[in-house]
Design a protein around this ligand. Sequence first.
Ligand code: ATP
Ligand code: MG
Length: 583
Amino acid sequence: MDKMWIEKNIDNFPFEPNLVDYEHVYREFHWEDVAKEFEGAPLGGLNIAHEAIDRHANGALADKTALLWLGQNGEKETYSFAQMKKETAKFANVLKNLNLAKGERVFTLSPRIPQLYISVIGILKNQNVLCPLFSQFGPEPILQRMQRGDAKLLLTTKALFEKKVVPILDKLPELRYILLFDSDAHASEKVLSFSRLMEEASDTFEIPYTDPEEMSILHFTSGTTGMPKGVVHVHKAVYTHWMSGKYVLDFHPNDTYWCTADPGWVTGTSYGIITPWIHGVTNIVDESEFDAARWYKILQDEKVTVWYTAPTAIRRLMRIDSEPTKEYDLSHLRLIQSVGEPLNPEAVLWGREKLGLPIHDNWWQTETGGIMIANLISQTIRPGSMGRPLPGIEAGIVHQNEDGTVTQVSEPNKEGALALKIGFPSLFRSYLHAEEKYKKCFVGEWYISGDLAYKDEDGYFWFVGRADDIIKTSGHMVGPFEVESALMEHPAVAEAGVIGKPDEMIGQLVKAFVTLKAGYTPNDALMHELIGFGRKRLGVAVAPKEIEFQQNLPKTRSGKIMRRVLKAREMGLPEGDTSTLEE
Ligand code: ATP
Ligand code: MG
């Protein structure tokens, strides 16, 4: 543990971090012990909704704030665990009264408003499957996902319904109901008012016996590398949420927590709803989109202690040249975690300098259901590394053999496929309607993640790239992340996206697309300077040979750079599935 660092910042540590002795906890950890946390569930089953809300509402935390909602126009609403229990019971009764059977899928398409959060828990209570959509999707991606996910009921708002659902409604014959959050009256037998139904529903609901293997959430992946996949999760994933909430987010009873991810993506449900509540922690939800001044103000005014965000947001904050700790009181903040994309070392150090805290990177995927590898609060960060596997998680670097088997690479610092040993509770149970694709992810006892990485002597994992993004140039394998991070060390560079451009001589040529920070203008001189800068940092073999300036890089709506789109554009090829491309 980085004891020295903690001692220096003792005010931020009124208590001991949860994972002080990594080796010991890692060695002694057993998933069976986590089961004890969940004893006392209704009828001996396991239901996320009970663990997140009812358990606390029935105990000492009944009056504690579960949800603190910040509206776009300055509104503020709070819901205690006891209130959430009642509201979510009402919604579970609404679903029951509409005869939604166990396992039937309920889609959400909504801004971040309290009704959405109430619904999510209500859906799980009634053993329906939650299928979150991102509210900024257009009609086509919505249709595609609802068809693939066998949608029976949709929760949305009047405006989103009119604009995005009405045009596709005739293609969804299986959809039985649409509930509008902001409508006071039923519009037809099919299009109903959420609030009317809630008024009529009882506020007590007995959660039925729920098998831990019962399907809980169907999540679509971000679509960074291709067509989004429908990932199936079960209630038992809550074990991983509990474990990672304790060790990665380091939850303590008095924490105020803010996760900036939208529940349209897996981070926004696993860590924006479920995990803080499993730990009985106050969860902040902000309705607004990114706005640096607003964000700093929320951190200050709500006295946020633990903050979970993403590299794209951090890079946006970095782009604005400001001194947040001088303008705002961020003294309550004690931990910043980040996920979704590689976190450039530059960003880790920026955090330490400008926010007074380094940023902790962690790695996982929609498929893993929860955080797998992380830089923990109690340990020295290695900037640029994703950290170490969590207790109960065995991660390895594997090589594929010709006979289809895999071998774990024991030598440190050797690149290979990042894989996880199967057997942890939150690993996905299938790709919906794509069994073959699902099976292909598994070799022997390993789940192959599709990312490439290496592990150093001390067991820290370093991200190299997605298998699909790796560049083969003059016989070398180059990971785009390494090149992007090097370019970002140049003061002019805000963001970089690196691809391999087909080249007859050298296979692929390393090409970088770069956006600049405020105050810099794209011109030839700067381009040459960056090429020279790259060579000095990376050597001629790895450095970009071409650099192109762009206003913005193509990104998924969750903020990930879409290198496949950069590549398709470069080559004049079709862009493929762009349903998650930010406009
Ligand atoms: P799709 O599978 O549809 O192409 P996606 O992989 O981006 O989309 P997600 O499940 O949201 O969908 O993202 C998981 C992926 O994000 C990881 O496999 C990895 O490539 C990347 N990622 C997440 N966290 C990190 C991190 N800390 N460092 C590097 N990469 C990360
Ligand atoms: Mg993926």
